[in-house]
Structures are given as C-alpha cells and as structure tokens.
Ligand binder design. Structure first.
Ligand SMILES: NC(=O)c1ccc[n+]([C@@H]2O[C@H](COP(=O)([O-])OP(=O)(O)OC[C@H]3O[C@@H](n4cnc5c(N)ncnc54)[C@H](O)[C@@H]3O)[C@@H](O)[C@H]2O)c1
Length: 270
C-alpha cells in the first residue's frame, strides 16, 4: 500500500513537531516536507532522527515539487486561509487544527472543497477524550436539570472559560433543548464565587501551575451526581485523531467540521 504523503504547515511549531513525531511512528504515513514562516531554505531533521525533509516558507513551490496528498495545518488563523487556497488549487487535501478561524473562513473552506471536490477535516480540538467527553455530556444533559463545569488549565492560559468548556455547555443546552437550572447563592461573599452562568450551566475556571488541560462536568439530580472527567497530560493527546483525520481525509471529497462523523458519534447513532 502506498503511504500517504503529508506536508506539515507550521512544522517548527509545538503542534507541528508533535505531528512530525506522529508521522514518524506510523508506517502508513510519510512526512514529505515542512512549511514554516521561520524555515526558508533549511532542512528539517525529523524528530526520530531518521532523515531530513525539505523545510521552506514557500508553500506554492513546495507543493509543485513534492506533491503531498495531505496538508496538515497548525499555524495561526491568519496563516491558514492563504495556505488553504493554495493547497486546494493543487488538489491537496486538508487537515486543519488551527484555532480562531472565523465563520467566514469556515464557509470559504466548505465552498472551496465543494467546488473542487477536495476532502478536508477541520477541528478546533483533536483530543479523542475531549470529543468523547462532549458526546457523553450531550447524552447526560437530557436527564439532569443542574450542571456545572470546572475547567482547569496551566496558569499561562489567557482566555477563560476555555473554548472546550464553552462548547461543552453549548452542546449540553442544545441537547436538552432548554437552559439548565442555575442555583444562585443569595449571599455571595466574594464576587463570582458561583462561576459564570452560561444558560444555567455554572462555569468555573481554575488557573494553576502544575496543570495542563483538565475539565470536570458535574450533573446533579435528587440524591445523586454524575461526573465526567477529562485529563489531557500532553500534546500527544491530539495525535490519534490527527492521524485518523489524515487517513480518512484521503477518502473524502468535502469538508467535514469536527470529529464526530469520523468517530461515528453523530446524533443518529446514539
Ligand atoms: N485542534 C487542536 O486540537 C489544537 C491543539 C493544540 C493547538 N491548536 C492550535 O494550533 C495552532 C498552533 O499551535 P502551536 O501551539 O503549535 O503554536 P506555535 O506558535 O508553537 O506554532 C505555530 C507555528 O506556525 C508558524 N507560522 C506562523 N505563521 C505562519 C505562516 N504565515 N506560514 C507558515 N508558518 C507560520 C510559526 O512560525 C510556528 O512555528 C494554534 O492555533 C493552536 O490554538 C489546536
């Protein structure tokens, strides 16, 4: 079987390096080139030390020269869209993990893929555990009136609550079809001690050294609680689904958003 030829866009970044490590581990995949704005005219030694691949800042000429099947993008929202347009022109499929893309960006990816019949997987969270957690939370949300989410991250994370916590709350409310019941304290002794209120879901953000990315969803009913807990301990957590997306995208001729379809977690399969 021919190996899938992969180009990593953002190859010198934290996620780009992790993707290259994952490609080295999988015999069905082959890293053929790296693109990084900091990488003009250099070679890049693969993380397993086995060989070097070309590294450049020029996507157009690299695509013409090395003919990858798939471009994996972990860069910045500004860098992603020009790369998408160039890759689609070259019939290269896309796996996009960069966050912060606008609705207009997502619409453009969808229509470019549709008109060129090119596959793409776009997911702001490639963590298998996070995707399954949200799926379980959606299921549980139908049976409980009260829910709180405690998200816990390293102290350098600037945004709060996390995107994953907000997505979880939004999906839980959508699944139930109405807001949760938020039990407010009538006498709050310190400001916001009951967290923020997203349609009845209390959201609490913890920022501490010693943590990476964690989340606990607590659902409550008379005499019982249910907890769903996520712990991500390294960037490796994203790699099983990145690898899955690279393999599956070769069979797609449209853009797929999120990982539910790839993992068979669509609502009709519950
Ligand atoms: N989808 C997920 O599961 C997931 C997980 C982790 C991170 N992310 C996202 O992935 C992105 C990258 O994260 P990171 O931690 O690797 O960041 P990083 O800053 O370590 O890496 C980004 C890389 O992109 C390169 N780059 C920037 N502009 C470029 C351009 N115009 N052309 C080519 N290369 C360019 C940078 O030089 C850098 O090497 C972020 O948007 C982050 O939020 C997504």
């Amino acid at each position: 079987m021919e190996r899938v030829r992969v180009l990593v866009h953002g190859a010198l970044g934290k996620m780009g390096q992790e993707v290259l490590r994952a490609l080295c581990r999988d015999p069905e995949l082959e890293a053929v080139a790296g693109i990084d704005i900091k990488g003009e005219g250099k070679e890049l030694l693969l993380p397993d030390g086995s060989r070097s691949i070309p590294l450049s800042a020029d996507l157009e000429s690299t695509l013409s020269r090395y003919h990858p099947d798939v471009l994996v993008d972990f860069t910045t929202a500004e860098a992603t869209m020009p790369a998408v347009r160039t890759a689609v022109e070259h019939n290269v499929r896309l796996v996009i993990g960069t966050t912060g893309l606008s609705t207009a960006n997502l619409d453009e990816i969808e229509s470019l893929c549709q008109s060129q019949r090119i596959g793409a997987v776009v997911a702001p969270n490639f963590s298998l555990a996070a995707v399954v957690m949200i799926h379980l939370a959606r299921m549980a949300a139908r049976f409980f009136d009260h829910a709180e989410i405690i998200e816990m991250h390293h102290e350098q994370k600037v945004d709060a609550p996390s995107g994953t916590a907000l997505t979880t709350a939004r999906e839980m409310v959508k699944s139930r079809g109405k807001a949760f019941v938020h039990a407010s304290a009538t006498n709050e002794r310190t400001a916001s001690c009951r967290g923020s209120d997203f349609e009845g879901v209390a959201l609490h953000s913890v920022r501490l050294p010693g943590m990476l990315a964690h989340q606990e969803i607590i659902l409550g009913a008379l005499g019982q609680t249910l907890r769903i807990r996520l712990d991500q301990i390294s960037r490796e957590a994203f790699m099983p689904c990145v690898v899955l997306a690279i393999k599956k995208v070769t069979e797609l001729n449209e853009a797929v958003f999120g990982l539910n379809k790839l993992l068979g977690l669509e609502e009709e399969n519950w």
